[in-house]
Design a protein. Structure first.
Length: 136
């Protein structure tokens, strides 16, 4: 089961994966301003190695990426040793029904719509964290 394991006195670490560099930097700034520790990748390729190296608490994965979509990668990683201690959250500009279906298919902890409203984005992110913790 997912362990959103903030260690005593430490921030929750997030690996943010998005191929759009502007979205990547904006989302990083939003999450850092909310108190999270964020590292970034601009490609799904190599993300499993980054998870092993960085050991993030959460991987926030863009769905729509060239080469290997985020939902496909999450689906591939869910049962692996790489992902046992990691919470996956999908995020996308697609309609919420489509995102909900991808979350169900991949076993991700939740999905967040890309939005210009940073308070809503952080609120949705934190709601997913709380729900996953209660499920443990």
């Amino acid at each position: 089961m997912v362990s959103t394991r903030p260690r005593p006195g430490e921030k929750i670490s997030i690996l943010l994966v998005d191929d759009d560099k502007t979205t990547l930097m904006i989302t990083r700034a939003i999450l850092e301003s909310a108190g999270y520790q964020v590292s970034v990748r601009d490609s799904a390729l190599g993300t499993s190695a980054a998870i092993l190296r960085e050991r993030p608490d959460v991987v926030l994965m863009d769905v729509e990426m060239p080469g290997l979509s985020g939902d496909r990668l999450v689906g591939l990683l869910r049962g692996s040793l790489v992902a046992q201690e990691v919470m996956f959250i999908l995020y996308s500009g697609t309609r919420s029904e489509d995102l909900d279906a991808l979350v169900a298919e991949t076993g991700a902890a939740g999905g967040i719509a890309k939005t210009g409203d940073q308070h809503r984005f952080v609120s949705d992110f934190e709601r997913i964290l709380k729900t996953a913790r209660r499920a443990r």
